[in-house]
Design a protein around this ligand. Structure first.
Ligand code: DON
Length: 306
């Protein structure tokens, strides 16, 4: 397996020259666009395999949308959550505003775009804002089996400073009544959870928990319900790679979620958790070498769920 992963890195590295690290959040531009890493957690053997810059930390960005969806579902149940956010693919960019007014003014299209994740963020319960953030951090520590999980303060500051599009989305949703409460506090939590740092190996462990239907593979503890894992994997397939989700389903066929930090989380049901890191992005905001490495991996190991 290690030989295969090293070969995949070697074969796909050149794609990173065709992409660019995200620059709309200035601190993200500092990543090395040539980094590429892949980590696999094998549920069969309970072993981890990895290659490339697998321990390098990067910010989770939109992969935190999976976390906030899961916590919102645990805190409120699926009926309450899906009253506020729909589950349909958008065909639009991750930060698009247009659907909110012209296609469905009641709910954002799905929890994997910014509008939907701002709603799931607002549904996280806690005594106060610090407590809510702690809950997100604790969740990530648990599913990554790693206590060394922190916010990147520079990325957080940069997100907050440049987050006007997210502010527009959030205030628009407040005007239509989807979002209730203090918009600035909700946005602050959103910016914070996007700025949490982890590595490709951390993502592989997180993917393994989802792939294992919510039972933590290294401790055998049931942490998430089967139903939540089923819902999350389904939404990852239909919406996880933004407006490239259809193409990704055809070419790769793995429930996955990307982030503009360059990470991709993958969960192959009952088989593997996958973490990929490659900060050079394509025009849709997905890791360009990351997508190609997953394409090769899925083909070689016959991982498509379809
Ligand atoms: O809301 C934002 O702009 C970012 N913090 C997260 C977006 C993101 O990762 C979209 N990904 N492809």
């Amino acid at each position: 397996m290690i030989d295969l992963l090293n070969k995949l890195i070697k074969d796909n590295k050149h794609y990173s020259y065709k992409g660019k690290a995200a620059s709309y959040i200035p601190a993200l531009k500092e990543a090395n666009p040539n980094d590429l890493a892949i980590a696999l957690y094998d549920l069969n053997s309970n072993k981890e395999y990895y290659a490339g810059e697998c321990d390098k930390k990067f910010t989770i960005q939109s992969i935190s949308k999976v976390v906030t969806l899961i916590i919102a579902l645990m805190d409120n149940g699926k009926d309450q959550v899906f009253k506020k956010v729909n589950v349909e693919p958008t065909g639009m960019g991750f930060n698009s505003i247009v659907n909110l007014e012209v296609r469905d003014s009641v709910r954002p299209y799905n929890p994997m775009i910014n509008a939907g994740a701002i709603v799931t963020t607002s549904l996280i319960k806690g005594k106060n804002e610090q407590d809510k953030l702690e809950r997100v951090l604790e969740f990530i520590k648990k599913v990554t089996n790693n206590n060394d999980i922190y916010l990147n303060q520079r990325v957080y500051a940069s997100e907050k400073e440049t987050g006007d599009r997210n502010r527009s989305i959030a205030y628009f949703m407040k005007s239509t009544g989807i979002l209730s409460g203090d918009v600035e506090k909700i946005l602050d939590l959103y910016f914070k959870h996007c700025s949490i740092e982890l590595s490709a190996r951390d993502l592989a462990r997180f993917g393994a928990v989802i792939a294992n239907d919510g039972i933590i593979p290294w401790s055998k503890e049931r942490f998430l319900s089967r139903e939540i894992c089923r819902i999350v994997k389904t939404i990852m397939v239909t919406c996880g790679m933004y407006d490239a989700s259809g193409e990704f389903a055809v070419n790769v066929g793995i429930p996955a979620k990307s982030g503009v930090g360059g990470g991709i989380l993958g969960a192959v049901p009952k088989k593997y958790g996958i973490g990929v890191y490659g900060p050079a992005l394509d025009e849709k905001g997905n890791s360009i070498a990351g997508i190609n490495i997953l394409k090769d991996l899925a083909k070689t190991l016959d991982l498509s769920i379809f």
